[in-house]
Design a protein around this ligand. Structure first.
Ligand code: NAP
Length: 598
């Protein structure tokens, strides 16, 4: 047996190989290795999609609910508030339109590879059939704008407006919200829907600031420079040598169209992506017409039920996400029958899955050396699973060079080149597909300070330890709801499903207060303590798994797993979490809240 074949069939060897590859990538600086988009790097965060020079008069006003953010969190909160009959609210959004992630990310071939039929949260309400199973960014952006139009949210929203401060006024019983347009808005309730994935980060490469060519981050795509649009055809790159840094979910999607347009493309790889087939296809209109009312909720619950390990009678979505979970579930059943260790059996399924990905690479990439360099050596869920039908094919092109840094990253950037291992590659353009700040403090992600009772900021309150009720409400921060909290709350792989649930929950709490003449609610101390205890007791954080993963934002760059995105998430899974908050609502929320009546 050759070494390669033996490796794929020997769990001990694979385990050792995974650890060796992880070790190459561990950085003592952890998250601090990246550069934030401020000061001299602030241009990487500028909005390229709006005309410069927008001005408007500042306002001083009162509202019942102030919603921070016009992405799906904010839009779904607005939808839920309207359904509860609460119409006096205001949305503040720093971008020029609704959409959040899908406003910013317009890079070529940007798509969501969670199925469009469940990712688009209100398509059943609008009866809009997506064209494809995996929608383009523009189609998702269009859906967000349609929510804005249908719900008449444009008149209630201040765009191109950044919140600068949110402070609780205990005497008035109001939040005082300040913005960078000098607005002052007094709000009874505030909902934070500012999203976790919107602050771009740059790779901390020596000399990056010296580069004199053109450069931009993928979430601020410069079509003026590249030409073309989301379908590619970037004529501005015909005579350009381009380097793309990053091979994560974004890199994998924009690399193929970049390769087709650029004179030459250098792909800088630190950790190889693991990319399964996506099998995108047009929507069958007959199937669409056959859907019965309530289908969205059933389908979304079926998908995330699968991924939460809950047996489902059928697999409605049937794609790369669900099929691997079906295998995990089967392995769990087998382990019960055979009394084998469940984790070991699951690990074997994972080895097989990643072996299939490596075989997929061998079958597509013609040059065996390049194929070898593209192979990922880590577990499937160490990084976000990726699906694409043209990524590996790109490396068969003559105008593409893979710079495999084998976990190290580039050594240097100069005025006109990137440098690795003593070799310099001259480039005209650098594209940073280097991701977003995840896990930073609440004020950094939001871009403003949130001051509650006693003048305490949320960062100060959470210093050392997060304290919440259901991940959504925080003691000393009255009349406040956090949507997309994940920590102390839950997550679903189809994130809009969870956003819908949390938005409905927040709106129900506001409605309860309005109906019952409650002017101020705050979380009782014992309720917060009790939820913290529940989070700790129910924790399913697999520290060993996290620690052995290749570093990335999923495992906090290999540092303290508790700080990873899976740390302090409600361990009972999303469906149990949804039931907990629904039951809590039914039982009457005063039990856990200290309320002041009008
Ligand atoms: P990401 O997953 O964080 O990937 C960042 C990439 O930059 C990684 O390949 C990373 O390498 C690389 N990198 C960072 N510093 C580097 C350095 N010094 N030298 C070389 N390479 C460096 O960011 P993303 O790709 O933008 O994706 C972020 C998230 O957005 C995804 O996980 C997903 O949740 C979402 N998203 C989803 C879709 C979709 O639905 N298909 C598409 C795009 C984005 P290492 O791996 O070695 O750290």
């Amino acid at each position: 047996m050759s070494n390669a074949i033996e490796l794929e069939h020997n769990a001990d060897l694979l385990h050792r190989k995974y650890l060796e590859e992880r070790d190459k990538r561990l950085r003592a600086e952890g998250r601090d290795q990246y550069i934030g988009v401020e000061d001299r790097y602030a241009k990487y965060a500028e909005d390229p999609y709006v005309a410069p020079g927008f001005t408007r008069d500042s306002v001083v006003e009162d509202t019942d609910v102030l919603v921070v953010g016009g992405g799906f969190s904010g839009l779904l909160t607005a939808n839920a508030l309207l359904k509860e009959g609460i119409g006096n609210f205001r949305i503040i959004e720093k971008a020029g339109d609704f959409g959040g992630t899908w406003y910013w990310n317009r890079y070529p071939d940007c798509r969501c590879d969670v199925e469009s039929y469940i990712y688009l949260p209100l398509i059943e309400d609008f009866g809009d059939m997506p064209k494809e199973k995996y929608a383009r960014s523009s189609a998702i952006f269009e859906h967000a704008k349609k929510i804005g139009r249908e719900l008449k949210l444009y008149d209630r929203t201040y765009f191109q407006t950044g919140v600068t401060k949110v402070q609780w006024d205990d005497v008035a019983g109001r939040w005082i919200v300040e913005t960078d347009r000098n607005d002052i808005i007094r709000a009874r309730f505030v909902c934070l829907g500012s999203g976790p994935l919107h602050r771009p980060k740059l790779p901390g490469i020596l000399g990056i600031e010296k580069f004199k060519g053109h450069s931009f981050h993928t979430s601020r795509w410069d079509y003026e420079y590249t030409g073309g649009d989301e379908t590619g055809n970037m004529t501005g790159l015909r005579d350009k040598r381009v380097a793309v840094i990053g091979t994560g979910a974004t890199g994998v999607q924009c690399i193929p169209p970049l390769a087709k347009s650029a004179q030459h493309l250098y792909v800088v790889q630190r950790t190889p992506a693991a990319v399964d087939a996506r099998n995108n296809r047009p929507t069958d209109p007959h199937w669409w017409d056959s859907l019965r009312p309530g289908w969205w909720e059933r389908r979304a619950a079926n998908f995330d039920g699968f991924l939460a390990g809950i047996p489902q009678a059928e697999d409605l979505v049937a794609d790369g996400w669900t099929t691997i979970w079906a295998k995990f579930a089967e392995a769990a059943r087998t382990s019960q029958d055979t009394s084998d260790d469940q984790l070991t059996v699951a690990q074997l399924v994972d080895y097989e899955k990643m072996g299939d990905i490596r075989a997929r690479i061998d079958s597509i990439v013609e040059d065996p050396e390049i194929a070898e360099a593209l192979k990922p050596w880590y577990n499937w869920f160490c990084k976000r699973p990726l699906f694409h039908d043209g990524y590996y094919e790109t490396f068969n092109r003559k105008n593409v060079t893979l710079i495999n840094t084998d976990g190290r990253g580039l050594d240097e950037v100069t005025e006109n080149a990137i440098v690795f291992d003593g070799k310099s590659y001259e480039v005209d353009c650098l594209v940073f597909a280097s991701g977003f700040e995840i896990g930073a403090s609440a004020s950094r992600i939001g871009g403003f300070d949130l001051l509650g009772r006693k003048g305490l900021t949320l960062d100060q309150k959470w210093q050392g330890k997060r304290q919440t009720l259901h991940g959504m409400f925080v003691r000393d921060f009255p009349n406040l709801g956090i949507i997309a909290g994940v920590k102390h709350a839950t997550t679903t792989w189809n994130v809009t499903y969870m956003l819908r649930k949390q938005a409905e929950h927040f709106a129900a709490v506001v409605k309860y207060c309005v109906t019952n003449d409650i002017s101020v609610f705050d979380v009782a101390e014992r309720a917060e303590l009790s939820w913290g205890k529940t989070i700790a007791e129910k924790s399913t954080l697999n520290r060993k798994f996290q620690a052995e993963c290749t570093p990335g934002y999923y495992n906090n760059e290999g540092k303290d797993p508790e700080q990873s995105i899976f740390g302090s998430v409600y361990g009972g899974g999303p469906f149990e979490y949804f039931k907990v908050i629904e039951d809590w609502m039914k039982q009457g929320i005063d039990q856990d809240l200290e309320v002041t009546k009008k």
